[in-house]
Design a binder for this molecule. Structure first.
Ligand SMILES: [Zn+2]
Length: 857
C-alpha cells in the first residue's frame, strides 16, 4: 500500500526514445494511448521501455508486450526483463525496411504490487528505407511526384494562365525518362491530369503510392508562387532533421540553377507533410515562380522543362553515385513525299539526338503497320521509341501529277545594278550606267507583268535605302525575301580600252541550269540587237551564290565604248534588250511537258527568327537544254527558323524521278562576322579513297562537313560550303574543280578554309592516325592546323601524326589561312567502320569546330 505515492495509483508507462521529428499522430484503436510515431528506425532496433514504477517480472512476456505489423498481426519478438523498471523488446528477425509496426504495451502487464496499467499504450514506428547500394541501378526506386492535378491548382498559376500542374507533370515525366534510360526504376504519383484522389486526400494518396512502391527517394515537383511578382528563382525543401533529405536537396539545388539559369534560392528546411509522410528520403523542388511573369514564360518553355528535368535526374544520379549514361534527348519528326501508288515501308529505325549531341539509330514502333499510298493527301503516323517520353511523328505526303499546279504564276527578281549612292561607271559622254540598268530592268519587268508573271525589284528608283558597303548584301536579302526563283541582274560593262564592245552573259560557276538560261538569254540578245557576241561566261558571283534560286548577270554593252554608249541610252535599244531577256524568261514559264534532265538543288541562308517561305518553283534543265521553271512540292509546308543550324528539306518536281534538296542555313541571332569555308573533299565524279568495305571518302567528308557547318552556325559563325551534296558544282576536271573550291572561299572572303579528307594507304590495313596540312610557303595556317589537330587527336584518341606543311592545291591557292584535315585512314577497316558511324562523324565535326573556334578567339 505504501508503494503508491501518486494520486493516481496506476503505472505510467514512459517509453524513452530518441528525439525525433514531430509528426502528426495517427488514429489508433480508441482504447490505446497513442504515443508519437517514430520514423527512420533501424531494422534491428531494440526498444527499451522504461517504467516509472517497479513492475511485476512475471507479467513481462510476449503477451503483455507485443509488436504488430501493418495488418495488426503480431510478429515474433523477444521480450526481456532487464530490471524492475526496464524491459527490452527485440525483433526475432529483422524488421522489414519501409514497413510500419506498432509497439503495444497491454494492461496484462502489472506493477509489483499487482496494480494495473490504466491505459495501455501503442506507438507506431517505421523502419528506415536504407539506400543501400544495389548491385545495379535497377535496384533503386525513385518516386516522382508532379504537384497538383485536376482542379487542384492551388496558387500554382501565372498571369498568363500557365498552370503549375502542367509544368510539374512534364518535368516529372521528362526527368523520369532520363532516369529510366539510366537504368533506375521510376514510379510516378501521377502520369496525367486525372487523379483518383480529392484535393484533401492528395498528400495521403500520393504518400501511399510512394510507400507502397518502397521508393528510395521522392522528388516532389512544384512551381512556386508569392504575393510579390518579382520573387524569382529555384529552391529545394528538405525534411527537417533528415540529413539524407538535406543532402539530396543540395545535390538538386547544385544542378537546377546552373542548368536553367534561374536564380539560386538555396535549400530550405521544412516540415512539409509531403516529405514527412513518406518512408523515402524526400525533397520538394520549387522550379520557379509562376507569380513572376518573366519566370512564368520561362517555366512554360520546352527548353526550361528539358533543362530542369535533366538537372533533377542528374542530381538524383549523382546522389546515388550512378554515372549518367547518354540518353535520347530528341527525335526529329520525319516526313516523306510519295507518288500515288508508290510502295513505301515504314522505317524500323529513326535517328535520335542523344544527350551528348551525337546521333544514334534507335528502333521505332508505329501506330499503324503499313502506308496506303492509293489516296492523295497527308497522313500522320505516331511512333514509339523505348525509353523516350515523346512520340515520333511521321508525315507521309502522297501526291500525284495533278498535285502540281502547272502554269502557276512564278516570280522573277530584277536587279538593276548601281544606284544614287553607289560608285557609278561613267563614260566619255557622262551617261550613267545605273540609269541604263534601271531603265532596262523596269522594261523587262513591265513585259513580264503584262504576261501575268510576278516581278520583284531590287530598286525601281534611283535612290535606295541601303549604304554603299551593304549594296550586294541588301540586294540578296531582297531577292531571297521576294520568294523569286529566277534572278536577272542587269549591269553595264566597262573596260580601260574604249574599243572593247559587245554583249555577254554570266552564270554562276557550276550552275548548269543557270548556264542554259544564260545561253538562251545571250542568244536572244544577239538576235534582237545584232550586237557583238562575247559569249556566255562564268565566275563565282556573290549575288548569284547567295541567291536561293537560279540567276544570271546580263552585260548588254560597254559604257566605256562611245558607240555602244550612244546606243544603250536610247529607249529603242533598251526595248530590244528588255524584249530579248523577257522572251527567254517567258519561254521558261510557258513550257509544260518537257523531259527534265536536271533540277537545281537550292541553298538558302536566312537569319534566325526570320520568316521564310519555301519557293514554289525551281529552275530545271530540259533535255533540249532549256531552263524552265517547274513547280516543286516540298515534304513540309513551313520551316521553323527559330533555332540556328542547318535544315535539309526534300522536294519533288514533276517528270523528275530524283528528290531535290533545299539546304537552309539559319544563322544565329548572335552571329559574329567570322566566316569559314568548309570543303568536303572529293564528290560527284570523284569518290576519293574507298575503304576495304566500300565506304567512299566523298560520303564521309560530306557528312562531317555538314555536321561541322551546323555546329559552327550554332556558334554564330557564318559558313560557306564548297559543296552541300554529291551533286557537285564543278565540271569533271580536277584542276577546275580545285580552283573552284578556292574561288568559292576567296569570293566569300572567308577567315578560314577547312578541307576535310580521309587518308588511305595501300597494303597496310593497320596504319592509322590523324594529320593536318597547311601551306608550306606560309605560316598563317599553322595555328588553325595545330588547334584542329590537337582537338581531333584528343577527342578521338587517334594516333597523332602531327601537322605538316604541304603544297596541296587548296591550302596553297586559298587566300585565307587554309588547312586540309586527314581524319584518319579509311584503308584501316576499324577506322572505316567508325567513319561510317554518324556519332563518330559528329565527333570529328565537334573536334574540328572546337579547333576553329579556339583559333577565332
Ligand atoms: Zn581525299
Amino acid at each position: 500500500m505504501n508503494i503508491i505515492r501518486k494520486k493516481k495509483s496506476t503505472l505510467m508507462i514512459v517509453i524513452l526514445l530518441l528525439l525525433s521529428v514531430m509528426l502528426p499522430s495517427q488514429v489508433f484503436a480508441a482504447s490505446y494511448k497513442d504515443l508519437p510515431k517514430k520514423v527512420g528506425i533501424a531494422s534491428d532496433k531494440v526498444w527499451n521501455i522504461k517504467f516509472n514504477e517497479d513492475i511485476n517480472k512475471d507479467t513481462v512476456n510476449s503477451s503483455s508486450i507485443a509488436v504488430l505489423d501493418s495488418n495488426n498481426k503480431e510478429i515474433p519478438v523477444k521480450v526481456t526483463y532487464i530490471d524492475s523498471r526496464t524491459v527490452a523488446v527485440a525483433p526475432v528477425t529483422k524488421y522489414e525496411e519501409g514497413q510500419t509496426y506498432s509497439l503495444v504495451v497491454k494492461d496484462t502487464l502489472k506493477g509489483k504490487s499487482g496494480n494495473k496499467i490504466k491505459a495501455p499504450a501503442r506507438m507506431e514506428f517505421t523502419i528506415e528505407n536504407k539506400v543501400v547500394k544495389p548491385t545495379s541501378p535497377k535496384g533503386y526506386i525513385i518516386a516522382l511526384d508532379a504537384g497538383r492535378a485536376g482542379n487542384d491548382i492551388g496558387s500554382e498559376i501565372g498571369q498568363a494562365g500557365v498552370k503549375g500542374k502542367d509544368v510539374n507533370l512534364q518535368v516529372a515525366l521528362k526527368a523520369g525518362k532520363i532516369l529510366e534510360q539510366n537504368g533506375v526504376s521510376v514510379v510516378y504519383t501521377r502520369t496525367g491530369d486525372n487523379v483518383s484522389w480529392s484535393k484533401e486526400d492528395s498528400v495521403a494518396a500520393r504518400s501511399k503510392i510512394v510507400n507502397d512502391a518502397k521508393a528510395n527517394l521522392l522528388i516532389s515537383i512544384h512551381c512556386n508562387s508569392y504575393s510579390s511578382s518579382t520573387a524569382a528563382g529555384t529552391e529545394t525543401y528538405y525534411l527537417s532533421g533528415n540529413q539524407e533529405s538535406k543532402k539530396l536537396a543540395s545535390y538538386i539545388q547544385n544542378q537546377l540553377p546552373a542548368k536553367t539559369g534561374l536564380y539560386n534560392r538555396g535549400i530550405v528546411e521544412s516540415s512539409l507533410k509531403t516529405l514527412s509522410s513518406v518512408n523515402a528520403t524526400g525533397v520538394y523542388v520549387a522550379l520557379g515562380f509562376l507569380t513572376n511573369p518573366k519566370e512564368e514564360q520561362i517555366l512554360d518553355s520546352e527548353e526550361y522543362k528539358n533543362n530542369s528535368a535533366e538537372a533533377i535526374a542528374n542530381a538524383v544520379l549523382n546522389y546515388l553515385d550512378i554515372k549518367m549514361q547518354t540518353y535520347i534527348k530528341d527525335i526529329q519528326d520525319i516526313s516523306v513525299i510519295l507518288y500515288k501508288g508508290e510502295k513505301y515501308t515504314l522505317p524500323t529505325t529513326v535517328t535520335a539526338v542523344m544527350s551528348d549531341n551525337t546521333d544514334s539509330k534507335v528502333s521505332v514502333k508505329w501506330d499503324k503497320t503499313s502506308v496506303d499510298t492509293s489516296k492523295e493527301g497527308t497522313f500522320n503516323y505516331k511512333g514509339t521509341v523505348a525509353s523516350y517520353s515523346e512520340s515520333v511523328n511521321l508525315k507521309v505526303k502522297v501526291i500525284s501529277d495533278s498535285s502540281f499546279n502547272e502554269g502557276s504564276i512564278g516570280k522573277v527578281f530584277i536587279d538593276s545594278a548601281g544606284a544614287s549612292n553607289t560608285i557609278d561607271l561613267t563614260d566619255p559622254a557622262a551617261v550613267k550606267s545605273k540609269d541604263i540598268n534601271l531603265a532596262i530592268g523596269l522594261k523587262v519587268g513591265k513585259i513580264l507583268e503584262d504576261k501575268g508573271i510576278n516581278v520583284a525589284y531590287s530598286r525601281k528608283t534611283d535612290s535606295v535605302s541601303w549604304s554603299k558597303d551593304k549594296d550586294i548584301d541588301e540586294r540578296v536579302k531582297l531577292a531571297n525575301a521576294s520568294g523569286a526563283e529566277l534572278l536577272v541582274r542587269i549591269q553595264m560593262n566597262s573596260y580601260t580600252s574604249q574599243a572593247t564592245k559587245g554583249i555577254e552573259t554570266y552564270y554562276k560557276t557550276g550552275d548548269d541550269i543557270g548556264k542554259a538560261f544564260a545561253e538562251n538569254v545571250q542568244s536572244n540578245l544577239i538576235t534582237y540587237t545584232s550586237g557583238v557576241n562575247r559569249g556566255v561566261k562564268t565566275k563565282v558571283f556573290n549575288i548569284l551564290d547567295a541567291f536561293n534560286g537560279t540567276g544570271i548577270v546580263v552585260y548588254p554593252g560597254f559604257i566605256t565604248n562611245p558607240d555602244e554608249e550612244a546606243l544603250l541610252k536610247t529607249s529603242e535599244y533598251q526595248d530590244k534588250i528588255a524584249k530579248a531577256i523577257a522572251s527567254s524568261i517567258l519561254e521558261g514559264y510557258n513550257s509544260s511537258n518537257e523531259t527534265i534532265k536536271d533540277v537545281k538543288d537550292v541553298s538558302v541562308k536566312v537569319n534566325q527568327g526570320e520568316k521564310y517561305s519555301l519557293p514554289t518553283k525551281v529552275a530545271a534543265l530540259t533535255n533540249e537544254g532549256k531552263t524552265v521553271q517547274k513547280d516543286v512540292i516540298w515534304e513540309t509546308d513551313s520551316v521553323d527558323t527559330s533555332k540556328a543550324g542547318t535544315i535539309t528539306i526534300k522536294g519533288r518536281v514533276k517528270n523528275y524521278d530524283k528528290l531535290i534538296t533545299l539546304s537552309l542555313i539559319v544563322s544565329s541571332k548572335n552571329a559574329t562576322n567570322y566566316k569559314v569555308a568548309i570543303d568536303a573533299g572529293h564528290g560527284g565524279y570523284d569518290s576519293g579513297a574507298v575503304g576495304p568495305n566500300g565506304t567512299k571518302e566523298k560520303d564521309v567528308t560530306l557528312a562531317v562537313a555538314l555536321k561541322l557547318g551546323d555546329i559552327l552556325v550554332k556558334n554564330g559563325v557564318n559558313v560557306v560550303f564548297t559543296r552541300t551534296s554529291d551533286n557537285v558544282p564543278w565540271p569533271n576536271n580536277k584542276n577546275e574543280e580545285l580552283q573552284m573550291r578556292c574561288d568559292i572561299a576567296n569570293e566569300a572572303n572567308v577567315d578560314f578554309f577547312v578541307s576535310i579528307h580521309t587518308n588511305s594507304i595501300d597494303g597496310s590495313p593497320t596504319t592509322s592516325g590523324t594529320e593536318t596540312y597547311y601551306d608550306r610557303d606560309s605560316t598563317k595556317g599553322i595555328p588553325l592546323a595545330t588547334n584542329i589537330q590537337e582537338e581531333l587527336v584528343s577527342e578521338l584518341n587517334s594516333k597523332d601524326r602531327g601537322i605538316k606543311g604541304s603544297g596541296l592545291y587548296v591550302v596553297k591557292y586559298t587566300d585565307a589561312p587554309a588547312v586540309l584535315v586527314e581524319l584518319d585512314f579509311i584503308s584501316n577497316p576499324d577506322k572505316e567502320k567508325l567513319m561510317n558511324n554518324s556519332d563518330y562523324q559528329q565527333k570529328y565535326a565537334e573536334a574540328i569546330a572546337r579547333g576553329i573556334l579556339k583559333t577565332l578567339e
